[in-house]
Design a binder for this molecule. Structure first.
Ligand SMILES: [Zn+2]
Length: 143
């Protein structure tokens, strides 16, 4: 029954993750036409200058730097630990939280300001009650 209601294609895990047909996934942000401030996701009012209805939708960079992180050793039941919860400063100036993958969860392997890139993968194999699969974003070290 749940298989009948599941979408054919995986769904984005968050609304600012876009999965265009025939193109690469990307994170969507918005840019103020007045002061050029950039934010994650969409908004009607600029949080920097207060201008209303002057936000244009933009595609955010997949490159950034590791701003800070936390190695998580205890979590909810069913969540594999340890994992790296990270905050990344994208090249656009947007700060975004997510999980760092493809590197060991060891402080020696993680340097502040190290170059990282955003990658898009299945959301750890998790499905919702309707059987929908999800694509999420992760960070990994960049050469
Ligand atoms: Zn503004």
């Amino acid at each position: 029954m749940s298989e009948q209601t599941a979408a054919q294609q995986p769904l984005p895990a968050v609304d600012y993750l876009k999965l265009p047909d025939g193109d690469s996934p990307y994170l969507e942000g918005c840019k103020c036409k007045e002061c050029e401030a950039i934010f994650l996701g969409s908004r009607a009012v600029c949080a920097k200058c207060g201008t209303r209805d002057a936000m244009e939708t933009i595609r955010l960079s997949n490159k950034g730097k590791l701003y800070t992180y936390c190695i998580v050793h205890r979590s909810f039941p069913g969540i594999q630990v340890p994992y790296i919860s990270a905050i990344v400063d994208l090249e656009d100036g947007v700060l975004i939280k997510g999980c760092m993958i493809n590197t060991d969860p060891e402080p020696e392997k993680l340097k502040f300001d190290m170059p990282v890139e955003v990658v898009y993968k299945d959301a750890l194999g998790r499905k919702d009650s309707d059987g929908n699969q999800y694509i999420s974003y992760f960070f990994q070290p960049r050469e």
